[in-house]
Design a protein around this ligand. Sequence first.
Ligand code: ADP
Length: 186
Amino acid sequence: MSADHVPAVFQAGGARIEVMVGDITALALDAIVNAANSTLLGGGGVDGAIHRAAGPELLVHCRTLGGCPTGEARLTPGFQLKARHVIHTVGPVWQGGGAGEDGLLARCYRESLALAEAARLGSIAFPAISTGVYGFPAERAAPLAAAAVLDHVRARPLVTRVVFCCFSQGSANLHHAALRAQGLKP
Ligand code: ADP
């Protein structure tokens, strides 16, 4: 798939689904999702970038949360970020695929969207959860992410804008292909 497929906009249910390449910390949406670890006390990758951009108050707030199990999500303010909120979710560490990783990854997307819905947030951006340090194969993660988001927006009305904020063209192309495989057309 060539680079001119990205950025791309799809419609599903009442929602606009976008695929872009960029830094999620720059997005001015109701919420950005953090691929956190279970301590919620910061780390590398997108987690480190979000904590740096949000400022030290985010860590102070996260310390009060007592961590988060894999597959669940927690909502915090965005502090210095352009986004109003951060939804921290803990993706599975890839262990070969036989340890429930697929179900846990899909659950991260579902739980994040459910939190957004409960907080009446309209727009949310996801990074490619678990596909960095946690080693989940990117080509396997993108269809799970696309399916979970589509299930949500087709059933629930409040989230009307979902952005897949990919960190590479290759990752964006995988999300684009996954949405097309679900029958969507840009
Ligand atoms: P995990 O531990 O869940 O694998 P990582 O942060 O290591 O989390 O990677 C998750 C994905 O986020 C990877 O695709 C990585 O390239 C991407 N990523 C890293 N920094 C950013 C950023 N600033 N904005 C968007 N995506 C990012």
